[in-house]
Design a protein around this ligand. Structure first.
Ligand SMILES: [Zn+2]
Length: 311
């Protein structure tokens, strides 16, 4: 477990002190990326490297040259690491999430696009590629974002996005972790792969009576179906987790993003929400900073062109 004051700054003063120079930021990244010392990405030998100008690290055994940012979201960035770190500190300290305009203002960027691209790279880093699946008792549902509100399922959805949601319930009924994903429709072909990707087999999956979920027992899950029309309870009582998360996501999109998002970007917003929600009990914002940097340097770089959907 990373320690406050040793592995991450406890507050803004400490932050300013630790990262006063570009050099110190590189050292910090090295410490996080190679927790047990530098490992050559080419020959995999672990040995303190030669150091040359502009942060180049040279393997003592095969002379392969690399940098601590190679292959990460900071790769070939023209933005100083200090600015990146400030952005990450800001993003992880905003409880209600961040938008590009806010980031642009606080860091004093001339261009909105710089802030926007930075934020999207960070959102990509918020999701660990090999994260664990949810387990135990998990509620699964879908909800709509954008357009007119409607509870009628199965009708043509125009200008609306559909989000599949899974929420873990602890034994006490408290909410655990969440997973969210944009789906194109509410057929079994869209919803079953979501369940299989995010929930550990053997878990109990609670859904409403929507027929797309009928076959999930075949995939190794216990299925508990709650038929809303016959249940005495309204949705927020019988399926409290998904109901609560859906309303938080809607409020968040409305508040932080003023209700507007492109459906190409929605998955990244959902990733940011998930990152925050799953760490909502973490008292230390500094720890969030550490986690995001840790994930950012284990993530592949994303050129700007792929951020806007390949356009
Ligand atoms: Zn080597």
């Amino acid at each position: 477990m990373p320690e406050p004051g040793k592995d991450y700054p406890r507050n803004w003063n400490e932050f300013m002190d630790w990262f006063s120079e570009e050099e110190k930021c590189y050292e910090y990244l090295e410490k996080i990326r190679w927790k047990n010392g530098f490992i050559c990405p080419s020959c995999l030998i672990q040995k303190e490297p030669y150091r040359s100008t502009r942060g180049r690290l040279i393997c003592r055994s095969c002379l392969h040259q690399t940098t601590v940012t190679a292959g990460t979201i900071f790769h070939k960035t023209r933005t100083p690491l200090r600015t990146w770190f400030s952005a990450i500190w800001y993003v992880t300290n905003q409880k209600q999430g961040t938008n590009a305009l806010g980031l642009q203002r606080v860091l004093g960027f001339k261009s909105y696009q710089t802030a926007w691209a930075m934020l999207h790279k960070l959102r990509r880093a918020m999701i660990r590629p090999n994260r664990e699946r949810l387990k135990g008792i998990v509620e699964v549902d879908e909800f709509y974002l954008g357009g007119r509100e409607s509870n009628v399922r199965g009708r043509l959805v125009e200008k609306k996005s559909i989000v599949a949601v899974a929420v873990e319930l602890n034994k006490t009924g408290a909410f655990g972790r969440v997973r969210l994903r944009q789906v194109w429709d509410v057929t079994a072909e869209s919803l079953i792969p979501f369940v299989c990707d995010v929930i550990e087999p053997g878990s109990t999956v609670k859904t409403d009576g929507w027929p797309s979920y009928n076959t999930i027992e075949k995939y190794g899950y216990e299925h508990e179906m709650i038929i809303m029309s016959t249940s005495e309870d309204p949705a927020h009582v019988s399926m409290p987790g998904v109901h609560r998360v859906a309303s938080l996501v809607k409020r968040w999109i409305l508040g932080t993003h003023h209700g507007s998002f492109g459906s190409q970007q929605l998955d990244y917003y959902l990733d940011e929400f998930t990152f925050r929600f799953n760490r909502r009990k973490s008292r230390s914002r500094g720890l969030l900073f550490y986690r995001l940097i840790d994930q950012a340097i284990s993530h592949s770089p994303e050129p700007y062109s792929s951020l806007i959907g390949g356009l």
